[in-house]
Design a protein around this ligand. Sequence first.
Ligand code: ADP
Ligand code: MG
Length: 246
Amino acid sequence: MPSIETTVAKFRGLRCTSIAAGLPDLLAAAETNEVSYLEFADMLVEHERRQRNHKRILRNRKAAGFPTIKRLEEFDYRYQTTITKRQVNALLDFSFIDNRENLIFIGPPGVGKTHLAIGIGHKAVEAGYKVLFTRAAELVESLDLALAKGELKARITALAKNDLLIIDELGYLPMNKTALYNLFQLVNSLYEYRSIVVTTNKEFTAWGDFFHDDNVAVPIIDRLVHHSRVFMLGGESYRLRQKLTG
Ligand code: ADP
Ligand code: MG
């Protein structure tokens, strides 16, 4: 008869750390419920599988870099009436990620664009996808740095390891030529390969001005928009309204 300690050590040696940690409880449950050998074998493997999934989601949530916790459940569709709950819920089968489509939220400040982007990103993580949230200004800076080090390609490859890249606040700050070039490289690499969620306060027609260069703006927009679902959000700033009534 092996001892529980040696069996636990063997599981640990095979990197089945969850079975190793849970073996005494799993054995006790099996004895109490008088499960069959096959059921017990399945209990072990299911326990390991579930724990691994759980840990992966925790890791992915941390890696996603959400700046704050915003949940779709807290989004008030009575206040924001230019998008419906049905429209948002329809995104949560994540066929848009599987089909490499983009989501574009356009609207003035405070209407819930970032809230929706984070909320959707959060749900995507729960569903097992790898997500990265980044503000456009920070993204541009990191690409600039990578270019200076001769590592732009590697940086873009690393970003493309995510299933979904959220670029928040595109268009708030003007970009120089290098930044535009880098952004084009990124968007081009992700095109039809990964999904992007963009939030912006600029309508497409104004993007040329913002980018200071239609020659680069047009190909970027073209690729972002080609396979995308565009949501135009309107209404008054939720922040302002909180200030006034709160
Ligand atoms: P935007 O990105 O469009 O500028 P945010 O998503 O940052 O706006 O929203 C501003 C603040 O108001 C956030 O704290 C957000 O959670 C909240 N907010 C905006 N719209 C709603 C809404 N419809 N329901 C609940 N909270 C909202
Ligand atoms: Mg925002």
